[in-house]
Design a binder for this molecule. Structure first.
Ligand code: NAP
Length: 240
């Protein structure tokens, strides 16, 4: 299979690259830092003897023309597209600087939607689209205000694509991920246990073919239902 990973240089994306290479899949890795990508690609080629192509791009403002050329030249068709890149802003809890708001919105919604849109011509009935969403979309809350809104928009976009291409894509899956031990959560006190990026990556590859909005770990589905059912007077007092 030929797999594209957007956000492949760290955390979940880098682990996905490792898991897929270990299983012999050809890879195209995208992130902003070319040197990081070069180092990861060289290591994967050496360890697993697979083809690894790299493309440096900022998903917030994607260079769609060159990204299309890159995929056309190196892969031609995509077996799995993993949209993993994302970012949070510690000041995203109310009024914020306009540029910061744009960065969070573009990195987590508009940019990913533009990338998926520009790569759709390389996708077909065998293609899986897998997206990293978040438990922050369960119910709007006062932390990660723009991040949650952007990821909710991305989920909606992907589920609408799933409907539009019900025969044209194999699967479209958005994972509402709980806490993961990566640079995104580094130094934070987390209320609930965090998964390793290795576990998340292996799960995403093992469950290729699953469609819809899914939780990982699965017990977050129970918490999600409880959060949705909480009366407003109780919910508004929560600071999670
Ligand atoms: N960590 C968590 O607890 C958690 C929980 C729920 C959901 N998630 C979601 O899971 C996904 C992966 O998170 P993670 O913890 O693995 O993040 P991470 O360790 O911070 O890695 C993020 C990856 O995305 C790339 N990236 C970030 N901004 C980019 C941009 N503008 N253009 C291109 N690439 C960009 C980064 O590379 P460069 O910086 O080199 O570009 C890096 O490869 C994210 O979508 C996140 O929202 C994470």
């Amino acid at each position: 299979m030929k797999a594209v990973i957007i956000g492949a240089s760290a955390g979940v994306g880098r682990e996905l690259a490792r898991v897929l290479a270990a299983r012999g899949h050809e890879l195209a890795l995208v992130a902003r830092d070319l040197r990081d990508l070069e180092a990861i690609a060289a290591d994967l080629r050496l360890r697993h003897d697979v083809s690894v192509h790299i493309f440096a791009d900022d998903v917030a403002h994607p260079d769609c023309d060159n990204l299309r050329d890159f995929v056309q030249t190196n892969l031609r068709n995509i077996g799995a597209l993993f949209m993993i890149a994302g970012m949070v802003d510690p000041l995203d809890h109310g009024q914020m600087d306009d540029d910061d708001l744009e960065a969070v919105a573009c990195t987590n919604f508009l940019g990913p939607a533009r990338v998926i849109n520009c790569l759709l011509p390389f996708c077909g009935p065998d293609t899986h689209i897998v997206v990293a969403s978040t438990i922050a979309t369960i119910r709007p809350r006062g932390r990660n205000v723009v991040y949650g809104a952007a990821k909710a928009g991305l989920e909606h976009y992907c589920m609408a694509l799933r409907h539009a291409y019900s025969l044209g894509l194999h699967s479209v899956c958005c994972y509402r991920l709980g806490y993961i031990r990566t640079s995104m959560t580094f130094g934070q006190e987390l209320m609930l246990p965090a998964a390793s990026p290795e576990r998340v990556a292996a799960m995403m590859v093992d469950r290729l073919g699953l469609s819809g909005v899914c939780y990982f770990p699965r017990w977050w589905a129970l918490i999600g239902t409880a959060l949705q059912l909480l009366p407003w007077e109780v919910f508004r007092r929560l600071t999670y």
